[in-house]
Design a protein around this ligand. Sequence first.
Ligand SMILES: NC(=O)c1ccc[n+]([C@@H]2O[C@H](COP(=O)([O-])OP(=O)(O)OC[C@H]3O[C@@H](n4cnc5c(N)ncnc54)[C@H](OP(=O)(O)O)[C@@H]3O)[C@@H](O)[C@H]2O)c1
Length: 329
Amino acid sequence: MTYQANTNRYSEMIYRRCGKSGIKLSALSLGLWHNFGDVDLTENYRSILRLAFDSGITHFDLANNYGPPPGSAETNFGRVFNEDFKAHRDEMIISTKAGYTMWDGPYGDWGSKKYLVSSLDQSLKRMKLDYVDIFYHHRPDPETPLEESMAALDLIVRQGKALYVGLSNYKVEQAAKAFEILKQMGTPCLIHQPKYSMFERWVEGGLLDLVDQYGVGCIPFSPLAQGLLTNKYLHGIPSDSRAAVGHFLKSDMITPERIKQISALNDIALERGQSLAQMALAWLLKDSRVSSVLIGVSRPAQLADSLQCLQNIEFSAEELAAIETILKD
Ligand SMILES: NC(=O)c1ccc[n+]([C@@H]2O[C@H](COP(=O)([O-])OP(=O)(O)OC[C@H]3O[C@@H](n4cnc5c(N)ncnc54)[C@H](OP(=O)(O)O)[C@@H]3O)[C@@H](O)[C@H]2O)c1
C-alpha cells in the first residue's frame, strides 16, 4: 500500500540538541543492526520503519556490515526509503559507518583512508543516496595513524558525501585526541556512539564528561543490553528472541544472577507504571548529555512499547538509589 506519513508525526516526540551543533535528534533513534537483513521479512521491517517515522523518529542508523549478509541492511533500507520516504529525505538523519571487515584483502577493514572512502561510496550505492547525514568511524584502528582516519572523515565531508562525522567505540583518551584533530581540521565531531546501558556503564568513567567538554553529542547503542533489560527473559528464553537465534547475545549471558537483577528492576519499572524496556531507556535519557538513545526492535509492537518511555524520563532520588543498589548486587 502506498505510504502516507502521519501528519501528526512531530507532536509526541522529544527533540534534543546533539552536543553544541545545529542538529536536534529525536530522543529515540532506530538502529538497523538486526532485523533488516536479507534473512528478514520485508513487510516486518517496512512496518517498523513506517511506525518509527510516523512517531517522529528522524534518525536511522546503519553500518556497511549490517545484515546478514553484510551490506543487505543498507540495500533493504535503500529500497524501502526510495519506495516510502524519498519525499521526506530532508526530514531524516541517515547515518552509516565503516570500521569492521567488509571485503577481502588489506583495504576492506579498520581505518585507512582507502577503506573509509571506498566503503562510504559502496554504502551510498547500496542505499541509492547522494549523501549520508552522519558518517562514523565504527571502531578505532590500533595501526592506522589517527590523523589518517580523521583526514578521511574530513575529506568525505568536503566531498559532500556526508554532512557530519561521528566516532563509535572510541575510549576516552582516543576520543579526546580524535576530537582535537577533527576540530583543527574544521570538521568537528558531531557525535560519539558508545555502548551504554544500565548493564554497561564505562562511559560514566570520563566519556560523558569529555563529550560535554567538546560539545559533542552522545548516542548510546544497545540501551536494552540487546533485550536483557526487558521482561522477555524473566521466564526462560523465547524461541524467537535474540538470545535464541542470534550470535551476539549468548544464552549463557542470561545467568540466574542476571535474572534476579532484571526481576528486581522490573518491579521498580512496574511501580513507575512503565515496562522495564521503557524504564531502561528513560534511565539513559535522564542525562542531558545523552542526545538520543539508539534502539533496535524486531517487531513494531516493541517500538510502540519503547516509545512510551517518553511519557516519564524523570526519576526520584529514591528510585535512582534503588536502581543503583540492584545494579551493584
Ligand atoms: N556502533 C556499534 O558498534 C554498534 C553496536 C551495536 C549496535 N549498534 C547500533 O545500536 C542499535 C541498537 O542496538 P541493539 O539492537 O543491540 O539495541 P537494544 O535496544 O539494546 O536491543 C534490541 C533488542 O531488544 C529487544 N527489544 C527491544 N525493544 C523491546 C521491548 N520494548 N520489549 C521487549 N524486547 C524489546 C529485541 O530483541 P528480540 O530480537 O529478542 O525481540 C530487540 O531486537 C543497532 O541497531 C545499531 O544501529 C551500534
